[in-house]
Design a protein around this ligand. Sequence first.
Ligand SMILES: CC(C)(COP(=O)(O)OP(=O)(O)OC[C@H]1O[C@@H](n2cnc3c(N)ncnc32)[C@H](O)[C@@H]1OP(=O)(O)O)[C@@H](O)C(=O)NCCC(=O)NCCS
Length: 280
Amino acid sequence: MALALNVELRPATPGDVESMAGVYARAFGHSSKLDQIVEAFQVYMELAERGRGGCIVAEHEGSVVATGCYALYGGHAWIGAVTVEPRLQRRRIGTAVTRRLLQLLHGRVPSIGLDATPAGEQLYRWLGFTPEYRTTAYLLPEKPPVLGGRLRVEELDAVPAWLRELDAEAAGGDRAALIEAWLRRGAKLLAVKGEGYALVHRCRRGPLIARSIDAAWSLLAEAMARGGRRLIAPAVNQQVLEMLAVLGARETHVFTRMRLGSPRPEKPEMIYAIHSYMKG
Ligand SMILES: CC(C)(COP(=O)(O)OP(=O)(O)OC[C@H]1O[C@@H](n2cnc3c(N)ncnc32)[C@H](O)[C@@H]1OP(=O)(O)O)[C@@H](O)C(=O)NCCC(=O)NCCS
């Protein structure tokens, strides 16, 4: 597709990952986290290899100037990493990238979700997305109050069937391929058998899915002991908001979860932390 400004859209390949991470970092002003951003795009590439997602890029004068990705979670899809090089923003490139993603997903899933920044929200509204609820990013204090989780937390090296089913019940889709991709990259998978799990990688925790507040506290206590201070909570889960207040967590960003199509059969009351803004 040719756009004004001579921009071409095409599927991304693994060789684009460094350039995509650069565009993403400049769009969000994250100059210091390039390796983490590269890794997040590599996970999209792994999903692409398994027919579970992919990315597209926009090229202008031989350089990647915009990105956009999607993940397929069975009953629904997720759109993420829609970013445009700052010098080329407000020229409809973000709209074209998102439209292309919607074309790719057309007829494949009944529902598409995303977490919109304030800058992205209007663009998505024009494309038919409607707001669902806020997803708020928190920074936990360096020394949170000592917590005693009461349930036994174990570390797993693979995704058992119960965990896959639990995650599907909470998120309304099958995210096993996503969790497995992070495990291959060294993420820690913590679990309270049959009750909940948390994925911990570098500074981030999420998803944290639990059937009970006991399981959620136990997993959060263990996740905090492993370091890392960031977590994104759905603002419709009162329990996690209360937990974060007890911990003295500080809000850093507020995004809007939006949907196109029918509601996902999710249970937000089981979601104590989402995976990420990029992947739902
Ligand atoms: C959000 C983003 C992808 C939009 O891409 P873009 O090419 O600049 O957007 P478009 O030109 O297609 O804009 C479409 C509309 O979106 C809205 N919009 C875009 N950028 C906006 C901003 N910074 N603030 C408020 N509204 C914005 C506007 O309504 C705009 O229409 P207008 O220019 O006629 O007012 C781009 O600005 C970006 O990379 N921002 C930083 C990263 C980000 O927030 N990504 C979205 C993740 S959900």
